[in-house]
Design a protein around this ligand. Structure first.
Ligand code: MRU
Length: 344
C-alpha cells in the first residue's frame, strides 16, 4: 500500500497526484486515492472521501496545484483562465467549511503574484505554495495540541463530537490534538466520542484513530451525552469547527450546539479548537454561515439493509449547526486560547 507518511492528505510530487485516505471506507478498509482530475477531486470532497475543514482546504490547494501541473495549456492567458475555472469549480464542492474557500483563495493569490512570469514558473510557485500549506497545517495543529494539552491532567476524560482528529487535518487534528500531545507528555487522557449521526464520524473515524493510537475511547450515541455529563466526570468538551463568525458563533457538525447547551447546564467547559484559517471575519454572526443540507438517504437507508424510515415520511438533514458564542468557554488556536469577548 502507498505510504502516506502518517498523513491523511499528501502531495506526491513525483507522480503529481493528490493522495487521500478514502474516509468513506473506514474503519473496515484502508484505501488510498491518487487523484489528478478535477471531477474526482470535487467528488472526493462532496461525498466525504476527504472531510474535516482543514483537510478539505489542504486537499483543494494540492488539487489545484496538481491540475495546474497536468494542464496542457502553454498559452499563458488560457492557462490562467483554466486555473481560475478550476478554483471556482472546487469551491462548489461543499459550502460550510471556510477553509475550502480560504485555501483556494490563497492559491489564487499565489497565481496573481506570479501572473507576469512564465507558465512553468507559475506551476512551480503553485506547487511550492500547496506544499507550504500542507506543512503549515501539521504545525498549526500541533500548536493547538500544545495549548490544549496544558488544560489536561493525567486521568482526565473529555467528550468530543464528530471527528476533528488527524483524519480531519493533515495530521494531529484540532480537537484531538490536545489528547495526542497530552499522551506525548506522558498524561493519560481518555475520550468519549459521540457516534455522530448520520454519517458516524465519531464511531467510524474518531474511535478508529484514537484506538489505533492507544488512547482509551468510549463511543456513545448522540442522545446519551446528557446521561454522560450527569453520571461521569468530564474535564471538558473539545470540538473542532468549520467556520467561526466574527462574533464567535461557530458552525460545526450537526449536534454540536446541543452538546454545548448540555455542557452549560452541567457546568462542563466547552472548548472549540480552531486554526485561524477557520475564523471568517467576513461573516458577522452565525446566522450568515451557509449550512450544507445533505441527501435524506443518509438517514433513511445508508447504514441499513432495508430502509428504516417510511417512504412517505420526509427527512431533515442539515450537516452542521451553529453554537452561539455565549456557550463557548474558549477557542484553542495555534496562537493561544482566546477567551470572551470573542469579537475583540
Ligand atoms: O462533514 P464533515 O465530516 O466534514 O464535518 C467535519 C466537522 O464538523 C469537524 O468537526 C470540523 O470540520 C473540524 S475538523 C478539524
Amino acid at each position: 500500500m502507498y505510504d502516506m507518511h502518517g498523513e491523511t492528505v499528501h502531495y506526491d510530487t513525483e507522480t503529481n497526484r493528490l493522495m487521500l485516505i478514502d474516509q468513506t471506507l473506514l474503519p473496515n478498509k484502508t484505501e488510498i486515492l491518487a487523484l489528478y482530475q478535477k471531477e474526482d477531486m470535487h467528488r472526493a470532497i462532496k461525498i466525504l472521501q476527504v472531510r474535516g475543514a482543514p483537510a478539505i482546504g489542504v486537499a483543494a490547494a494540492i488539487g489545484l496545484s496538481v491540475l495546474a501541473n497536468e494542464s496542457k495549456e502553454t498559452e499563458k492567458e488560457k492557462f490562467l483562465a483554466e486555473f481560475e475555472a478550476n478554483a471556482a469549480y472546487l469551491k462548489t464542492a461543499r459550502p460550510t467549511a471556510v477553509n475550502l474557500f480560504w485555501a483556494i483563495d490563497e492559491m489564487c493569490k499565489t497565481l496573481n503574484a506570479y501572473r507576469a512570469q512564465s507558465v512553468e514558473e507559475i506551476k512551480t510557485a503553485l506547487t511550492e505554495k500547496a506544499l507550504a500549506m500542507h506543512k503549515e497545517d501539521a504545525e498549526v495543529c500541533h500548536k493547538i495540541g500544545e495549548y490544549g494539552a496544558a488544560l489536561l491532567e493525567d486521568g482526565d476524560a473529555v467528550l468530543t463530537h464528530c471527528n476533528a482528529g488527524r483524519l480531519a487535518t493533515v495530521k494531529y487534528g484540532t480537537a484531538l490534538a490536545p489528547v495526542y500531545v497530552a499522551k506525548e507528555e506522558g498524561k493519560n487522557v481518555s475520550v468519549y466520542a459521540d457516534e455522530t449521526r448520520p454519517l458516524l464520524q465519531g464511531a467510524r473515524l474518531t474511535a478508529y484513530e484514537l484506538t489505533e493510537a492507544g488512547i482509551q475511547t468510549t463511543v456513545l450515541c448522540d442522545n446519551m451525552a446528557s446521561y454522560l455529563m450527569a453520571h461521569k466526570k468530564l474535564k471538558a468538551v473539545f470540538v473542532g469547527c468549520d467556520r467561526v463568525a466574527a462574533n464567535g458563533d461557530t458552525a460545526n457538525k450537526i449536534g454540536t450546539s446541543g452538546v454545548a447547551i448540555l455542557a452549560k447546564h452541567y457546568g462542563v467547559p466547552f472548548y472549540v479548537c480552531a486554526p485561524f484559517s477557520t475564523i471568517d471575519r467576513n461573516t458577522p454572526t452565525g446566522k450568515e454561515i451557509p449550512i450544507e443540507q445533505r441527501d435524506g438517504e443518509e438517514l433513511r437507508s445508508m447504514w441499513y439493509r432495508d430502509a428504516m424510515i417510511p417512504e412517505t415520511a420526509e427527512t431533515l438533514n442539515p450537516a452542521f449547526d451553529v453554537t452561539p458564542h455565549e456557550l463557548i468557554t474558549g477557542f484553542i488556536t495555534e496562537k493561544g486560547i482566546l477567551q470572551p469577548p470573542f469579537a475583540e
